[in-house]
Ligand binder design. Structure first.
Ligand SMILES: Nc1ncnc2c1ncn2[C@@H]1O[C@H](COP(=O)(O)OP(=O)(O)OP(=O)(O)O)[C@@H](O)[C@H]1O
Ligand SMILES: C[C@@](O)(CCO)CC(=O)[O-]
Ligand SMILES: [Mg+2]
Length: 433
């Protein structure tokens, strides 16, 4: 069996309302970002070699395919219509079997990333698939609240599902509008990427990987009843919101912050419960405003008010950070709009919903101040495409050697080089499920 090289890609996300409360079964609203993760899969010379290169986190590791305990792992995997079925939680026996294969991975950061890869690899691929090299590059800041873990998990799940022949080929172009009510390939990728997210942090709501898989904008609500699927309401007419993204560059981990909120919830259940209920109400209010047929000044003002309330509630849960508060002070001092942390908080990114009436000069002043503090600002658009793939046959013959070369892919130095080579130059060649 020989496999041609291919690329997959999935977007980051920005949560506009409802982070953390999403974990407790409350609704949240999020949209896909234009910043994305890219994964190149190429055959290895040695058919038994599985090689993982995650240069963004300084990880390079390889395994011999023969050392994966396929038979033992298969005892814990259920198949329906020849496809592996996801479980409510990670299967502890599989995690245990993989821990032997991971014994030589020392750093915790690398261990988690390798576990995510191997968990999906062992479930979705099989021992007949020849050895491949997997290289991930992201144009998103990593661990900054924009869903870098989820889009990595979606890239891995979609690539491995393709290698395991569990999904059909992606065939829609970037300009085609596809309104299919059901898409079993995307559902399969979404459900398995959630298992990947569970490797990164124990208790994900599923909103990040849902946005990375399906793209667009959604109101998402996790069900608290085991085995009932989450509810995803697509927001087709997502209002045109002018937004600035600011990255404090303060490192943090979603797993730790979700754990901190769980601790607050255990210690002060009534108090934390009221905060989470308030978040639920504000998300429903925001949703009702966003879907109004006319979207004018009143609606925009209300959405900004709700952004401020949401930030206050997140502060009350203890997930802000002095750097995020500094962003809020700078934004509010210049009156650019409303600012809140986004994603898990504790550092990472904030968003400002910009006021229409603010002069460009004032916005530039605020941006300058953010940059003087060492923060990075992004201009990005919301609501883009979800997971996509680029196969050999999608690309002109004379470009294939460059587009699918591990050497060339590894040599892209920064966000601009990745985006130029894989997006600007050949975006119309990508296919989406
Ligand atoms: N490009 C990448 N290559 C390899 N691993 C990655 C990459 N991007 C993210 N990760 C993994 O995801 C982890 C960061 O995930 P985390 O959930 O803490 O932050 P985030 O997803 O960026 O933010 P949030 O969950 O708040 O949206 C990294 O430590 C790493 O394990
Ligand atoms: C903090 C959180 O609500 C969002 C992280 O982007 C966690 C989750 O929903 O999985
Ligand atoms: Mg994450």
């Amino acid at each position: 069996m020989s496999v041609s090289p291919f690329l997959v890609s999935a977007p980051g996300k920005v949560i506009i309302y409802g982070e953390h409360s999403a974990v407790y079964g409350k609704p949240a609203i999020a949209a896909a970002l234009s910043l994305r993760a890219y994964l190149l899969v190429t055959p290895c010379e040695d058919v038994n070699d599985i090689r993982l290169d995650f240069p963004d986190i300084g990880l390079s590791h390889s395994w011999n395919k023969e050392n994966i305990p396929w038979e033992d792992i298969r005892k814990f995997v259920t198949f329906k219509d020849e496809k592996p079925v996801v479980t409510e939680e990670l299967v502890p026996e599989i995690v245990d079997l993989l821990s032997t294969v991971l014994a030589d991975v020392e750093s915790k950061l690398h261990y988690t990333a390798c576990l995510c890869f191997l968990y999906l690899y062992a479930n979705l691929s099989n021992k007949d698939v020849p050895g491949m090299r997997f290289i991930v590059k992201s144009t998103l800041p990593i661990g900054a609240g924009l869903g870098s873990s989820a889009c990595t998990a979606v890239c891995l799940a979609s690539a491995l599902a393709r290698l395991g022949k569990h999904v059909s080929a992606a065939c829609h172009t970037s300009t085609e509008k596809v309104y299919k009510k059901e898409n079993s390939d995307l559902d399969f990728i979404d459900s398995w990427s959630l298992m990947g997210e569970k490797c990164f942090h124990g208790n994900p709501s599923g909103i990040d990987n849902a946005v990375a898989t399906y793209g667009g904008a959604v109101m998402f609500q996790r069900t608290t009843i085991p085995s009932k699927p989450s509810v995803r309401t697509t927001m087709r007419n997502f209002p045109p919101i002018k937004l600035i993204l600011i990255n404090t560059k303060v490192p943090r981990s979603t797993a730790a912050l979700v754990g901190n909120v769980a601790q607050v919830n255990r210690t002060y259940p009534k108090c934390a419960g009221s905060i989470l209920d308030a978040m639920e109400h504000l998300v429903f209010e925001a949703y009702q405003i966003m879907i109004r047929p006319s979207f004018g000044k009143e609606e925009k003002d209300q959405l900004r008010e709700l952004v401020n309330i949401n930030h206050g509630l997140l502060v009350a849960l203890g997930v802000s950070h002095p750097a995020l508060e500094k962003i809020k002070i700078i934004g509010d001092t210049h009156g650019i709009g409303s600012t809140k942390l986004t994603g898990a908080g504790g550092g990472g990114c904030a968003i400002s919903l910009v006021h229409d009436d603010v002069e460009e000069e004032v916005i530039q002043k605020a941006i300058k101040e953010f940059e003087n503090e060492g923060y990075e600002t992004f201009e990005t658009s919301l609501g883009g495409k979800g997971v996509g793939s680029l196969s050999l046959e999608d690309v002109d013959k004379d470009k294939r050697d460059t587009v699918f070369s591990a050497e060339v892919f590894s040599s892209y130095k920064d966000r601009d080089e990745v985006e130029k080579a894989l997006k600007s130059d050949i975006y119309e060649s990508w296919r989406f499920w």
